[in-house]
Design a protein around this ligand. Structure first.
Ligand code: URA
Length: 257
């Protein structure tokens, strides 16, 4: 796992890792990674749990069962913009010179090829405006996955992605990282098309989902893989819902259909 630059995020990350280790301590695969001589190095991929009072405030309101769809949508929108700020910290830029009214100034602009944002249908659509606010020039691809409520297995029903993602930073929008099956599938599609990096922005994550994605894309995976979330919750329930979570994100954003 790469070092984090942001001290507050780092503080929360350690907390999240400790919880992950506790949640997963029954598994020999995890306990084998303990280091007898120093601090325990835990098996999370680069996972940022954004620790900011405004994010916590908005997330709390989002969780509330009494929060109705219009407010839920605008809170999601605001939260994604805040998360996107951290998620795009390593986005590729190139040097440029501009002329101010006074003198020339050195600066940067987004490098080409421009990033690709991929909302996962349907709930990820509710995150697109919040992301586009920070990355208005990004292209947008789409992937549709539906989860079988019995088996919890996600199957792909729509894919609209460039065939070649060579050199492109990619950002997947999916509000709930639950079992991790959807994100594993989408990251797999992006990696096989040559993406330069893959970052998922999620409102909430479960330890089980983080563990699954990390297993599929371990630390030695050839490109950077990152998850940015507003909260790491306790666990999944028997129906695959995040606990305490916020319920069905798609239903809360768009209604039960
Ligand atoms: N998808 C949701 O919308 N909510 C969960 O808790 C898990 C998956």
């Amino acid at each position: 796992m790469r070092a984090l630059r942001h001290p507050r995020l780092h503080g929360h990350l350690v907390h999240a890792q400790t919880r992950l280790a506790a949640d997963l301590s029954g598994s020999p695969r995890w306990s084998s990674q303990h280091n007898r001589r120093g601090p325990v190095r835990l098996p999370t991929m680069h996972t940022l749990v954004a620790d900011h009072p405004l994010i916590a405030h908005k997330l709390t309101a989002l969780r509330d069962v009494h929060t109705e769809t219009p407010v839920f949508r605008s809170l999601t929108d605001e939260l994604v913009t805040l998360l996107a700020y951290e998620a795009t910290r390593d986005v590729k830029v190139e040097q440029v010179t501009v002329h101010t009214p006074v003198a020339s100034a050195e600066g940067v602009k987004l490098a080409r090829p421009i990033p690709l944002v991929i909302p996962v249908l349907r709930a990820g659509i509710g995150m697109l405006d919040g992301m586009a606010r920070l990355l208005p020039k990004a292209d947008v691809g789409f992937v549709g996955l539906a989860r079988d409520e019995e088996t919890l297995v996600a199957s792909t029903y729509a894919t609209r992605l460039p065939a070649d993602l060579t050199g492109r930073d990619t950002f997947v929008l999916d509000p709930m990282l639950a079992t991790g099956g959807t994100l594993e599938t989408v990251f797999g599609m992006l990696a096989s098309r040559g993406a330069a990096s893959m970052t998922a922005i999620c409102l909430l994550a479960a330890p089980e989902g983080i563990a699954r994605v990390h297993e599929a894309f371990p630390d030695d995976f050839p490109i950077p893989v990152k998850v940015v979330t507003a909260g790491l919750d306790e666990r999944l329930n028997e129906r695959g819902y995040i606990v305490p979570g916020l319920g069905d994100a798609g239903d809360r954003l768009f209604g039960e259909i």
